[in-house]
Design a protein around this ligand. Structure first.
Ligand code: SAM
Ligand code: SF4
Length: 336
């Protein structure tokens, strides 16, 4: 059963928040090793521990049947998952789903943009932290800027509108590129969001407290060049958007540290191990893989497990700089 049965109540947590947005992590693997996301040597999950594409589809069906209207595929790098188009085609067809979106590092987008559009992806976010090829390689440890730029161009040619860039800015690493990144977005008709670095997973490459730049500081830098006007636009997440008078480009700030929009949170995340994470900044979770593997094909049982898990959604998160990360999982496990 895919369509929302008439009278199905929405997913609501203990604080009255309606959950209608799910981020599905389709792999923990990645072809990059971004310095803020991963350690240089990462161990990835063995195959038996990750959800099969069929299991991810079953989870997506259950969420949509419970009123979820928006699904974002993420990872790790979602485009390194084998047969990802098989999954995209099937999720996109679920009756009741309004939007299927994707977050990618762009490395494989040059080849995959058109097939992804045909398969039913409606919008894409591409992560881009530097326009300098050497620095890009240093920050991603393995990535090539030219591939990502070719990917962005291919996505535009394939007809994706409102492509959005995501950038993590670190003091002393790429903070001199804030205006260049905004300029690139303006020149190419893209939106851009700046994400505050979050303490997910233990990294040794840099001291997160030392490189932290708040959204307020970034906004001041941009505002001095292009006057920014706040908008009411929101996606129910921790992101706020601003506009410039002379461009369609929207500038967003995702500020888990400096602003707390937990009271508006409408989303949950499913890791590729099948852990339903109720909050980005807390470990509260429910094991949907166990439910699916103990009772294969029991769609009603899966929906019930999801509805019950809503009671675990905490009121808010606490990210503190300068302390050990409270969250040991890396962002590639979390599904950013
Ligand atoms: N691989 C894809 C990508 O990079 O777009 C999708 C997954 S990635 C985990 C999703 C987003 O999380 C990226 O925009 C990335 O910059 C961001 N990210 C990763 N680690 C982060 C951290 N510790 N703090 C803030 N953002 C982070
Ligand atoms: Fe890979 Fe995305 Fe993490 Fe970079 S941010 S290492 S591209 S998952």
């Amino acid at each position: 059963m895919n369509a929302i049965a008439p009278g199905t109540p929405p997913l609501v947590d203990r604080f009255g928040r309606v959950v209608d947005y799910v981020r599905l992590s389709v792999t923990d693997r990645c072809d990059f090793r971004c310095v803020y996301c991963m350690a240089e040597d990462m161990e990835f999950l063995p195959r038996r521990e990750i959800l099969s594409l069929e299991e991810i589809l079953a989870a997506a069906e259950a969420f949509v049947a419970l009123g979820v209207g928006k699904i974002r595929l993420t990872g790790g790098e979602p485009l390194v998952r084998q047969n990802i188009l098989w999954l995209v085609e099937r999720i996109a067809r679920l009756p009741g789903l309004r939007e299927l979106t994707l977050t990618t590092n762009g490395s494989r987008l040059a080849k995959m943009a058109a097939p992804l559009r045909d398969a039913g992806i409606s919008r894409i976010n591409v992560s881009l932290d530097s326009l300098n090829p050497e620095r890009f390689h240093e920050l991603t440890r393995t990535g090539h800027l030219e591939d990502v730029l070719a990917g962005i161009a291919a996505a535009q040619r394939a007809g994706f509108r409102r492509l959005k860039l995501n950038a993590v800015i670190m003091r002393g690493r790429n903070d001199d590129e804030v205006l260049d990144l905004v300029g690139f977005a303006r020149d190419h008709g893209l939106d851009i969001s700046f994400i505050e670095e979050m303490p997910l997973g233990q990294i040794d490459e840099h001291d997160r407290a030392g490189t932290f730049l708040s959204s307020e500081q970034l906004r001041a830098i941009i505002d001095a060049r292009h006057t920014l006007t706040a908008t009411e636009e929101s996606t129910g997440g921790p992101s706020r958007y601003w506009r410039m008078a002379d461009s369609d480009t929207r500038v967003g700030f995702i500020s888990p540290h400096s602003h707390n929009f937990c009271h508006l949170c409408n989303r949950v995340r499913l890791t590729v191990e099948g852990r339903l994470l109720l909050c980005l900044g807390n470990e509260h979770s429910a094991d949907l893989r166990a439910v699916m593997r103990e009772h294969p094909g029991d769609a009603a049982g899966l929906r019930e497990a999801i509805r019950t898990a809503m009671d675990l959604k905490p009121e808010r998160h606490w990210f503190e700089l300068g302390t050990e990360p409270q969250i040991v999982r890396f962002m590639n496990m979390t599904g950013g």
